[in-house]
Write a protein that binds this ligand. Sequence first.
Ligand SMILES: *Cc1c(COP(=O)(O)O)cnc(C)c1O
Length: 873
Amino acid sequence: MAQRQLQANRVAGAPASSGRQVFPRVTAPSRGALRISAVAEAERTAPTTRGSTPAVPAPTADIANKLRYLFGRNGDYTSTDAYQGTAWSVREKLIDSFNKTHEFWKKEDPKFIYYLSAEFLMGRSLTNTVFNLGLDGEYGAALTELGYRMEEVADAERDAALGNGGLGRLAACFLDSMATLDLPGWGYGIRYKYGMFKQGLKNGYQVEMPDIWLTKGNPWEVRRDDVRFEVGFGGRVERRKVNGKEVSVWSPSERVIAQAYDNPIPGFNTPTTSNLRLWDALPLSEFDLSAFNAGDYDRAMLERERAEAISAVLYPNDSTPEGKELRLKQQYFFVCASLQDVLSRFKAVHGSSWDLLPEKACFQLNDTHPTIAVAELMRLLVDVEGLDWEAAWTITTKCLNYTNHTVMPEALEKWPVKVMAKMLPRHMEIIEVINEGWTKWLSGHLKDVKGEEKAKRIAAMSIIHENPWNKEEMLVNMAYLAVVGSSAVNGVAAIHSNIVKDEILNDFYQIFPSKFQNKTNGVTPRRWLAWCNPELSALITEALGSDEWINDTEKLAGLRAFASDAAFQKRWAAVKAAKKAKLAALIKKVHGDDVNQNALFDIQIKRIHEYKRQYLNVLSIIWRYKQLKSMSPEERKKAVPRVCVIGGKAASAYDMAKRIIRLVTAVGDVINKDPETRDLLRLYFLPDYNVSLAETIIPAAELSQHISTAGTEASGTSNMKFQMNGCLIIGTWDGANIEIAEETGVDNVFVFGVRAEEINRLRKERKNFKTDPRWDELMRDIENGMFGDKDYFKPLVDSVNNMKVGNDWFLLANDFAAYLDAQEEVDRTYKDQAEWLRRSIMYTAGSGKFSSDRTIREYAEDIWHVKPCRPAA
Ligand SMILES: *Cc1c(COP(=O)(O)O)cnc(C)c1O
């Protein structure tokens, strides 16, 4: 009910849907041809959603001006030039919108949500900005006039890859939804100089190259020279008496500057443009001139290097913690700068009425990475602002909320007390005091529990505890600190939130049941359907009679009425065929091969991880290959041809994941060359999976694989992107797959495998598990060198050998037979194209729930208590 109300507020303030063309048909122009009519058309159809300027000038001249004065170019542009000119021109509109929004928000002083995240996987900005701001008509026409198509120009932009995978992309989708819903909110993070590494292949092995994304400048950011904060590390803490009160004074031994960069975030179909503020680390003093004058060049540069290292690289890890001090430094760096920034703005308006802070600001901790915020907010309120501990604690716990993203025990961050005490001595003291208060409170709370049992329970919930692998070492458990320091704790899909409550944080759940919530993830339907698949979007808009579904995805349910309509199915299939042709062209570009475009396009793209089980996929592909080989030519004619694509990065230190990539490429090398089967089966690894590649692959996918061991994938979000684009899913009963199946109709999804409830038992029993003979055969094939490199693949074979203690942890052998059965069911269904297309339409129709707009509305209502605040158009 409450949720509906929020939506009603939003819609009430919205302008009537303008008749503007969302999806211009671009006819390929002759390069350089001056098309005056196109400019006139652009002016005529200029968007009205934001247009307070009466006559919109043709941006053609503006693009040329930007190129002339910013880049010294005079005609004869490359498509990279066209991108730069367009981007710098669009940037001005974006900044106008940003300024208007923020002037309004300053005047209104609403409550803000600050989304603290070590990662934001933004991808490209040009297309998204142009479409979200409704500038597609003007800029499309301007580019046509200059002899370019928006699509090819957009291709010249480098991805902003300041994230590893799902967690970082979620943060990016959330920003889009917050702006679109007019929620006053900012993201806060780190402006990494080098984002996620670029992945290449060398002889089939992954190679990692630095992502030097800022070399050509970044039109999507604004450096704020007036927004800088000092951040300290190390040093010592002294106690002093000030006005009869004992205070702690921290004197850091190292200080750096956090320099703000703002990245405006345009909402769609609204005048709101919000912000992602990213921090760059700079030295306190530019340069040690005395050292330089003394001829010590190295020392003169040292401070700069040390400072810049903090925001230099994104840790290329996905769900394993990197126990590096530099990482803790990064976490504190951006949290400290962000909190100082928020508190200084609050102070400028409300002085020291700190009791009011929870009514004006709240923070969402995206996983445990920003959890040091609990101690930092306490430090700022107690040490800097002079509040009493109790008052500060009340404010802190009211302001903070924590999202858990993983069930992988190794990914729950714990920092050695020694490391933290050295780098953040005052914070370590604060955490100790928090823990004392917490365990004391617990002791009172557990008054009916006696003796040893009580001590055990308290120890189990202590924020500071022994390292179970090394009794000498004490650790700070960041998840526990986050739970104790927050108002709300949430998981990211229904099953995951239950695992959080029943297993990972069960002790805490028993004590604070009302703290725990579920917020099933979502993805932005703008980037992941409307803008990446304009052809399908146009068809949907035509069928539904309006494009309102873009902001109200529940309307997609209206497509169910067309699911069995043969004429509609035909058009639906034509769109898929066009997108498949694009992916085929990409495969041709990367691998030099032509693929059968009538084949079933079968995709698995995500970080490479044992729990995600790309290996299981490869095994089924090998089995398919062997089946095809054993068939007569007559039998082969009945087989469903498949083009399988696997993509994803392996963390640089994740040896097993790298071996999986090599197995994919090695199997592909054999299969793709085999003249007997190559028309029926291909396997390609597409390197450097990132947001842009996903935008090309997902619209072309017919089947996508989400086959994690049940209970291991917290939610998954690519499953939602595929669903929106009418791609069928083969998957386990895990993460958001479950809710996707519920929304799509369970019978429309190829579900297989063991259930999460069985996992613990099956893991215990896996030594007794009798493997399928087909499985045994495949293991022998790999061991015997069917795909070469047998020594390199040996650890892979061993890793799933359930006769070895501790192995096949992710239960591939247990799910293997059921997986092959599900794959056969896929083939049978694909042969019935009417049924396949019906399901495809049902997927898109059932994807309404998985808009991040829905997720963000739930956060806003249930956790943040932040309301829309929309500037006038
Ligand atoms: C959506 C997305 C992910 C998350 O994929 P999952 O399959 O849910 O793990 C990772 N990387 C990129 C580039 C994405 O766009």
